[in-house]
Design a protein around this ligand. Structure first.
Ligand SMILES: Nc1ncnc2c1ncn2[C@@H]1O[C@H](COP(=O)(O)OP(=O)(O)OP(=O)(O)O)[C@@H](O)[C@H]1O
Length: 260
């Protein structure tokens, strides 16, 4: 039976008088790709921050593989395999692309500090394995030709891809991507779709917050729609396209074109 990787259970978050998230419930099966969509201010980022324990819920809870995220430290959450990226690409300046990808491996070097300090064979082996993995990821993301280029010199799309590759270097079980297609051109978006499908094919659970509807509708297994903090729909892309409540949420804000 498929496990549930992520679960929101009547999750709520208020900021003073603003109820950003209202008793939101949904679950994401392991190995699937789920998109969280909704008009501006719907509560998507708030849910993201609740799931990564940046915020604590006003009520309800979020679970990662059945464990309540409210009681876990950020380090423990990362060790359970939850890795996120941010809305604006955050590459490390002063490092080339390959070094940026390698930086994602710190949690999984698998080689004790003393072994690394003494440069024992086990540490050298671990280092070689990480380098090979970084190269394979750069290949997968189409960035192999830029491996020695300073990350900050790459175009926006490549920087966002690099951030996803760095996240993958940490061998996530669950990958959370905050607007990965924001600012990308059509070609870069198509490349990103391919990358995300390749990631899902490896069994990683993916949750994305994304405004680009054609990307969402073409790659998501499940779409959760928020409006004013409420989950107003949860289903497959074809269910969501036909859902009257979703159409109203978008039409009310002149965003109907986006769902076409
Ligand atoms: N830290 C905060 N303090 C006060 N209000 C907040 C905070 N974060 C979010 N909000 C409010 O909560 C509501 C939901 O915001 P949120 O950023 O989660 O929506 P969103 O769906 O991610 O929007 P967008 O698509 O514009 O990024 C909004 O009314 C927002 O102003």
């Amino acid at each position: 039976m498929t496990r549930i990787a992520l679960e929101a259970l009547r999750l709520s978050k208020s900021f003073g008088g603003v109820q950003a998230v209202r008793e939101a419930s949904f679950s994401v099966p392991e190995g699937s790709l789920c998109a969280l969509i909704g008009p501006n201010g719907a509560g998507k980022s708030s849910i993201f921050n609740l799931i990564t324990a940046v915020y604590s819920p006003s009520s309800g809870e979020a679970k990662l593989f059945g464990e309540s995220l409210s009681v876990l430290s950020p380090a423990r959450i990362a060790s359970l395999g939850l890795v996120r990226t941010f809305q604006s690409a955050r590459v490390f300046p002063g490092m080339d692309s390959r070094q940026n990808v390698l930086a994602g491996a710190w949690m999984h070097s698998g080689s004790p500090a003393l072994a690394q300090f003494l440069w024992l064979p086990s540490a050298r082996r671990a280092e070689r394995e990480l380098a090979a993995r970084a190269d394979a990821l750069l290949e997968l993301g189409g960035l192999a030709p830029y491996r020695n280029v300073a990350a900050t010199d790459l175009p926006m799309g490549a920087q966002k891809t690099l951030e996803v590759l760095r996240a993958l270097m940490a061998r996530p079980k669950v990958l959370l991507l905050d607007e990965p297609a924001a600012g990308l051109n059509d070609t870069e978006t198509a490349d990103l779709c391919g990358l995300l499908l390749a990631v899902r094919a490896t069994g990683v659970t993916v949750l994305i917050v994304e405004h680009n509807m054609s990307l969402v509708m073409s790659i998501a297994d499940q779409v959760v729609v928020l409006d004013a903090g409420l989950v107003v729909a949860d289903g497959s892309p074809s269910d969501i396209r036909r859902n009257q409540r979703v159409i109203e949420a978008y039409v009310g804000r002149n965003e109907e074109v986006a769902l076409a």
